[in-house]
Design a protein around this ligand. Structure first.
Ligand SMILES: [Zn+2]
Length: 359
């Protein structure tokens, strides 16, 4: 893959770090170029006073914001996350602390954050980072939607499954498992927000999703960026996923006519794979929380990628009972299957740990 650096480093500490990272990637056969609109991986130095994001021209460009924080923030997530969003980046790498003993952290859009184990000046430091970010940068997003206004009239008002979706959403909210959607619209200048919407059709960053099977091929799923505590209208809050279009790399949705549809959750591809491979799975929930003793994916691929979907679906297949499995998504959350949503909610009641372990 080709990679490039964009913008000026905040100081020599992060500048030297960027050089070492570039060398580690080159040693792995990747080509350093100047930052072009189509570059596969762009490291964008963050100017904390005046963030000037690198504007990708395609979803396929993966942007990593490089942030220098000389002072140790009391709450890293709170302090660093806005820079991830304002950089229009997919991932943030932060170099934190005084230049003699800095530490390095990854921060994902899913709000996972974890330190690099190797010491900052050790040769294996840049190598560990290069090895961890390469699979993320080359993963493939499946976030496009194709809407067909062909949902049968009897389903315009929902069915027994959408009743369960609404109820499960309310319960997750009562358990405090639905963090407030991140207000990117308030955080970004209007032209940057329009740019993001154009690329990803994002309405807002929200976390978690739920779905329930309708029939052999189709399932209902919560929309992207909607409030999961109030799943009401079909076509807006709850979408009918009817297929995955491999040629167009897009999810195909059935919506009622006369509704201006919202997009389905970015994890629809993952749910689609699990339902297709396991006819006995009737419902799926994804939350940013954890449970004791669960199997976990090894690489924290981003939400909405084919690679995350494949790795989670593989673990569901390996589970003792795929129809009632609890799968950990490394540094991210859990995906839980069940006969229906009521079954999942009964099984996990009282067992959920709100904090996802990070490593
Ligand atoms: Zn997630």
């Amino acid at each position: 893959m080709d990679f490039a650096f964009y913008g000026a480093p905040a100081d020599s500490c992060i500048g030297d770090f960027a050089d070492r990272l570039g060398q580690a990637l080159s040693a792995r056969g990747h080509q350093q170029t100047s930052a072009q609109p189509g570059t596969k991986l762009v490291f964008s130095h963050v100017d904390r006073e005046k963030p000037r994001p690198f504007r990708r021209h395609a979803q396929a460009t993966y942007i990593i914001a490089l942030l220098r924080m000389p002072e140790e923030p009391s709450d890293f997530l709170l302090a660093a996350y806005p820079y991830l969003v304002r950089s229009l980046a997919n991932l943030l790498l932060a170099v934190v602390g005084d230049p003699q003993h800095p530490r390095t952290y990854f921060l994902t859009l899913e709000r996972g954050w974890y330190p690099i184990r190797a010491a900052f000046f050790a040769p294996e430091h840049a190598e560990e980072i290069a090895d961890r970010l390469t699979p993320l940068a080359t993963s493939q997003l499946i976030v496009d939607n194709i809407f067909d206004a062909d949902l049968e009239e009897v389903l315009w008002g929902g069915d027994a499954a959408t009743v369960q979706l609404r109820r499960a959403g309310e319960t997750l909210d009562a358990w405090n498992l639905l963090p407030a959607p991140f207000p990117i619209q308030e955080m970004l200048p209007p032209e940057d927000f329009r740019h993001l919407q154009h690329l990803y059709q994002l309405g807002g960053l929200s976390y978690g999703n739920l779905s329930q099977r309708r029939d052999q091929k189709r399932f209902w799923m919560s929309g992207s960026g909607v409030n999961k505590a109030r799943l009401e209208e079909v076509g807006r809050d709850i979408l009918m996923v009817k297929d995955y279009d491999d040629g167009q790399r897009a999810m195909r949705l059935s919506v009622p006519p006369q509704v201006r549809p919202r997009r389905v959750s970015v994890d629809a591809i993952e749910h689609h794979m699990i339902y297709r491979e396991h006819p006995q799975v009737g419902a799926i929930i994804h939350v940013h929380a954890w449970m004791d003793g669960i199997a976990s994916t090894e690489v924290n691929y981003p939400c909405g990628t084919l690679q995350l979907a494949t790795s989670v679906a593989a673990l569901v297949s390996e589970a003792e009972n795929p129809a009632q499995a609890v799968i950990g998504l490394k540094n991210h959350g859990m995906t839980i299957t069940g006969h229906d949503l009521d079954d999942i909610m009964e099984r996990v009641d009282g067992k959920i740990i709100p904090q996802v372990p990070m490593s």
